[in-house]
Design a binder for this molecule. Structure first.
Ligand code: F6R
Length: 601
């Protein structure tokens, strides 16, 4: 979603600020803009479309302070006028905003009555005018007063031409991070633009307001009391956020999966078996219910956990998408473990679900990739997935690492409840071996020709059964989100209850069909689909040569224990979607209408 970068301090070239903004491109956006001080006045450049267009429009000037923004439209269509920064009537105030102001209609009416003139359709513009209304010579005070009048979510960065050497920022509901370099302070929606300047960062907390100057920043709470926030050290390096010769981040990140898994396993594979030190203090032995809450790809990872742990235990496990979960009357108590999964740690619905269950007395474990993100700070404990920065909008290596961490969590939970058997031992062995197996698979996989054959189909039906059903869901999501193909997923046994009516030679079926315990069942579903003349692509395990006699195309993965197929199948569905997107001429890293970090409801 919207991305914010602000810099204040020693004079800098404004194209540097625009380059920093490019680091947030992956979050998804439709327009971009920048404000800076030139000859004592605020100067603004905005544009619809890519940041590259903005780069071409800006002048080669320097400034002491600047704010830049990528907009993901919520109120008002994407165009130059609705792009941020927005200004007040005097043009002395400029502001960028991430979030949604829910009472903007009432505020706008009030401001119109007071004579303010609006030029955009955005909710954001009311904040600029409200600051103007509240301004009496002190920008911080004006922001402090203004944010009290706002309902909804915001991360804002504000500048004023009468104070060319400061920025004021505030957050509620949407993230903001600060970093202090030698001669400047940098502010951003996430750490990616900051790590070039410093790896020590501070995450603003709910209600915080910050004043940034050349060599210092001060943070207050919403009542104006000075507060000190923890400094987090980020160990991502800048190079990890570059393409390193790959055509797209997405394929680079898929190829990084073996190493990402190794990083997720460090310290968690021990002589005594699977261990999650983070959960040492948790009473996992006596948990009666587990509820997992997540969105999108993270939700699919949660489903795998359910199938896995439910099979080996008698714990009640429920999985829900966060946007539903937060509005249900969910029954939790101190014997319920809630697992909130969010690679970004900022997804608004997942975050709100965490707040709700915590109020009801549940213990919350967050699984996230971003150190210091909001969910990690609001949950009781965080298990980091250690995948490194993921820039491609579609989750790939973070999905794989979510699975790895969830398997470890499930295994250590079972072990602590004295549930351990040969099957789990084999699962565990496979997990340890998985980086090697991923390397081999990724080196040998060659499905370019297959993808090329299927690239022009407009529909796909993904099917799977049992623990392989989430892989079907994830495969369909990957394909639809980056290729804009109508891909849908069903538990294979459901086909005959409706969706099979869609199948014909124009509607291929992508079957997740390893020789696991439901293999014979899915084979029957494949036969049913074939009988409707649908083409079938199947992913199965090496050694299952027989399947090639039934289906049109087969992709092989190394043999695995039943429980572990979701892991080893992941790169297949990801690369298939990636290739098709690229072959159709799209940019898989920046799918239309999507954002990497979904910070609004
Ligand atoms: C799809 C994808 C999204 C995210 C979802 C949740 O490839 O990336 O479906 O999984 O928006 O995001 P997080 O995990 O950051 O909460």
């Amino acid at each position: 979603m919207c991305g914010i970068v602000g810099i204040v301090g020693a004079e800098f070239k404004i194209d540097e600020l625009v380059s920093d903004l490019q680091k947030l491109e992956y979050r998804g956006y439709d327009s971009a803009g920048i404000a800076y001080i030139e000859n004592g006045r605020i100067s603004i450049t905005k544009t619809l479309g890519r940041i590259q267009n903005l780069k071409e429009k800006i002048k080669p000037v320097t400034s002491l302070a600047g704010i830049a923004h990528t907009r993901w439209a919520t109120h008002g269509v994407p165009n130059d006028i609705n792009a941020h920064p927005h200004t007040d009537c005097t043009g002395k105030i400029a502001l960028v905003h991430n979030g949604i102001i829910e009472n903007y209609v009432e505020l706008k009416e009030f401001l119109l009555e007071r004579g303010h003139k609006f030029i955009s359709d955005t909710d954001t513009e009311v904040i600029a005018h409200l600051i103007e209304e509240n301004y009496e010579g002190d920008l911080y005070r004006a922001v402090l007063k203004t944010v009290k009048q706002l309902n909804g979510a915001y991360a804002i960065a504000v500048m004023h031409s009468d104070h060319p050497d400061i920025l004021v920022a505030a957050r509620k509901g949407s993230p903001l991070v600060l970093g202090k370099a030698e001669d400047k302070v940098i502010l951003a929606s996430d750490v990616t633009p900051i790590i070039k300047y410093t790896k020590d960062v501070v995450f603003l907390e709910e209600g915080d307001i910050a004043i940034l100057k050349e060599r210092e920043y001060k943070i207050t709470d919403s009542n104006g009391n000075l507060v000190v926030r923890k400094v987090y050290h980020i160990n991502w390096d800048e190079a990890a956020a570059e393409k390193s010769g790959y055509k797209h981040f997405m394929i680079k990140e898929i190829k990084e999966e073996p190493e990402a898994i190794e990083n997720a396993l460090v310290g968690r594979i021990t002589q005594e078996g699977p261990v999650l030190n983070e959960l040492k203090e948790f009473d996992l032995e006596n948990i009666e219910k587990i509820k997992l809450v997540a969105c999108g790809t993270s939700y699919h990872a949660a489903l795998v956990f359910k199938y896995f742990v439910e099979k080996h235990s008698d714990i009640d496990i429920e999985v829900d998408v966060a946007s539903e979960f937060r509005y249900r009357n969910v029954h939790v108590d101190d014997k319920t473990l809630v697992i909130a999964i969010s690679q970004s740690g900022e997804t608004a619905d997942t975050l709100e679900s965490v707040r709700i269950v915590k109020k009801k007395g549940a213990k919350v474990v967050a699984i996230s990739n971003v150190v210091g993100s909001t969910i990690t700070r609001e949950s009781d404990v965080t298990v980091y997935m250690n995948a490194g920065p993921e820039i491609g909008v579609a989750a790939t290596k973070t999905y794989v690492n979510q699975l790895v961490v969830l398997y470890i969590l499930g295994m250590s939970l079972l072990k602590r409840r004295n549930i351990w058997n040969e099957e789990l031992e084999n699962d565990y062995k496979f997990l340890k071996e998985s980086p090697k197996l991923f390397r081999k698979l990724l080196e040998s996989l060659d499905i370019d020709e297959l993808a090329s054959y299927y690239k022009n189909y407009n529909h796909f039906m993904y099917i799977g059964r049992g623990i392989n059903y989430p892989t079907a869901l994830e495969g369909a999501l990957k394909l639809k989100e980056i290729s804009y193909i109508n891909a849908t997923a069903y538990p294979a046994g459901e086909l005959k209850h409706g969706p099979i009516a869609l199948l014909d030679p124009t509607f291929p079926v992508f079957a997740i069909a390893p020789q696991g315990y439901l293999y014979e069942k899915i084979k029957s579903n494949i036969e049913e689909s074939k009988a409707r003349k649908a083409r079938i692509i199947a992913v199965t395990n090496e050694g299952n040569e027989g399947l090639s006699k039934i289906v049109d195309d087969v992709i092989y993965v190394p043999s695995a224990p039943d429980d572990m197929y979701p892991l080893i199948m992941s790169p297949i569905i990801q690369i298939f979607a990636y290739l098709i997107s690229d072959m159709r001429g799209y940019d898989p890293d920046k799918p239309r209408n999507l954002a990497k970090s979904v910070t609004v409801e």
